[in-house]
Design a protein. Sequence first.
Lengths: 548, 412
Amino acid sequence: MRLALAYLILLMLAGCGAHDPVGPVRFANSPPVWKVNDRIDTAKAPKAIPFLRGFYHFTSFYLRATRGLWLERDRRAVGTNSFDEVPDSTWFTNRIGVREVKPEEILRGPGSKEAPDKHLPWTIQSAKEGGTAIGFVVTDARGVKFVLKFDQKHAPEIETGANIVGQRLLWAIGYNVPEDHVVYFTRQDLRLAKDAYIKLDGDKKPIDAAYVDKQLAKVSVGADGRIRGNASVFIAGKPLGGAPRLGVRRDDPNDTIPHQLRRDQRGQASLFAWLSHTDIKEDNTFDAFQKDPRDPDVEYVVHYLIDFGNAFGTQSKVRHRHYPDYQYEVDLKEWGKSIVSLGLQRQPWEGRVDPELPGIGLYSAEMFDPGTWKANTFAQLPLLYADRIDQFWGAKLAMRFSRVQIEAAVEAARYTNARSKKYLVDTIVARQRIVGAYWFARTNPIDEVRFDGGQLCFVDLALRHQLVTTQTTFAVQSFDRQGRSLEARKGVAAAANGNTCVTPTWAAGGARYTIVNVESSRGMPGTLIHLALDPATQQPRVIGIYRQ
Amino acid sequence: MRVVGRGLLFIPRLPLELVFQPVRGVFYVQDRYNAAGVVAAWFTTEDKRIAIFPTALVETGFGLNVGVRASFKNMLGAGERLNLRAGFGGRFRTIAEAKLTLGEKEKTPVSVGVLGRLEARDQDRFFGYGNGDTVDAPGMLIDPTTDATAVDTRYSVKTSRIVPFVRARLPGNVALLASAAITRDRTDNNVNANQLQIDEVYDISRLPGFGKRDALYAELEASWDTRRPANRFDGQGMRGAGHLVSVFGGRYEGLADNTINFYRGGFDLQQFVALTQGPRALEFRVFAEAVTGPRDEIPFLELPRLGGQRLLRGYNIDRFRDKVAAVGQVGYLFSLSRYVAMTIFADVGRVYADVDALTWRDQRVGFGTALEIYSSTGMVARAEIAGSADGSVFAYLSLDPVFDTRARTDRR
């Protein structure tokens, strides 16, 4: 008994830690880093990692079952700069909100190539490897190589449309994605390479026209005989498989931050919830060992997201799955509730309404709850480990899209039904606002922190986007570097558009390092803004932001 | 402190690691090296038309059955399929089977086939006739045709059977199945001396059909089957809507020394009712089967039986047998996901000495719950716990469909 008690006490002590009201984080008196150099030449290509589907998913359960027993503490994301933003890297390039992203740019998408259906005929080189969808590896008349995938016969436009809309939006946010196009062609536009093959059990076997016809008989064909497909241009470089969900690639010297701690990975959680991109797994990421576009002698790994064809509720129509967004494929917690209640417990996905529109999946703003959103599985651990700060970062990026920009992404999908297009835009916008409202209510949503005429100014994103209409007051209090209070808390009313400016009380001495705690009257933990004088100009500047 | 905590938590972590790591290893080997595919390739031709597999199956209470299965597909270019099977041990002491079908897998309107089977089972159960409670063996032999005392005894049977069949699928989910079986049965005492032998309890000289028996049985079954998932989100085979109306009738003709003739008839009615838009459904089923002819002449193997996994669950297989059997079932199904569902069920039924003896009294009640696993094409496994008002409890793990689709003439 005594031994058991001692054991328990030791365990409790192991979980305890100290708490500092202003926090332990201090920043260097320097501007934030907006670009990291993870493009250092790598002499030898890292080893390709095969995706082992069963092993991957089973290991997810193993990790989940044992994680608590390793006493792992929840860790904040890293890979951020002093402003709590993600600098440009081989993983992420800040686009929307940082520079102007014109709707035409979103419509065109990444890459510089024209859509392959402007360069017919096509030559089938092989059947697609991996995944369950029907597809071919094809070259167009220019010699551009791409993967050609289709919509299933019973679900026209759904997968190809979802893939393009997801791809365009995630690219505009900042992720690397392949160059994808919706294409239309006829059977007569297809040729077969002399050595065209399919790989079965590791062996190459020739394919013929009859094989192609048999495969095309399973896909959606328009009334005019045209076949709609998704052409995904081959990513340049040597394929290395997906980005490991845990740790780093040990043979990649540029890969230094464990992936489960990367903000740009964890922050995907709120973005994917917005887009209902539920088919998230290592296999839908892609690392390529590429030559630097400006110096072909320099090679390094670039990290991509691929395959968004299951986003926007597609799986409900294509694979008849009702639970994505609400329940994992194997969700022991929800199963347990059902069993205990003999099935009377209302399933979280019950009551979903199908818009019943051509090309549109079970994607709606009704019942959408970003806080309980679930992907197909919990296997992609960076998303599972995402905290509200990561989710806030993602929500902030989502909120940067205007309706016109979203319309451009939907237009790129070449939907044939105008009502479907409008519904999808309306729903993306509605879910965007739900995501913003949810995470902006859980992390103090002040942003664009800067000095303006000696005043410390910032904007409340929830007010700017009219996600809340309540009068908001900020309680502001300054501290010195040691965390000693410099003044009593003072209240500052926010303008209706969210813009707020305060005159900070500065600490004495040296660079006058000062920490200003800004708390919203809407009741969220405060944001600590670290200030100092620029040593070169003696002008005040923001040197760090720490969201609590 | 965290390091100390981790060290202490090694104790509860150890059993988890011992369970998880070997399974992870299996997954790794399978995914990395396609182990199952490599092994399967040893037993199949490259075009997959010929496959020969060793089999091993452990059945609780019956032991290990090992054997071999072979299939030959489209060897004559007519879409035909020949399946061969041989096994030893377990429920079957020996079994050898050959089945030739044409058109069955192709879902053509008409399929035909013929099956030949030799089997020796040595652990079949006999509880006498009627609806009696199970008791310990009395001191004197029981005449099962006049005394409903039920004792759990075993006997063995050797059967050889040839079954030709024709199945026709008509419009509107209607199907006709015509089949016939030429059968030779040899029943005897159980070979396992540790189990209670049938002749230690029952007067086998009074048991019709005990010993040698040759017969022809021909049957026509008509069914109207609209059973289906309640919505597109439920897995295939997860029935939540529709109905089955099945009626069957057949004629038994004794061959050689066997001069017994009689008719068999019955029906199977099932209705599935989706309760909500969500994954909940009720299942109602009424099944009845009867044979004509003198009760003391119809071979005991041919009498309708209740008990086991399909009819009057919660009771031993073949627990009740008599000229008439009737069962009502009600079930409640709720799905946990597209691939997993649970059912709670109750069965009520009994056997009767004749149609004249039908009564609501002395019904037997079984109940239980089952976890069902589905693939994208149908049910793949069912784990069931069933009990009865009489106190019996059974657990089953079934890797074949719960709803038997074989011709009645092909069943034991």
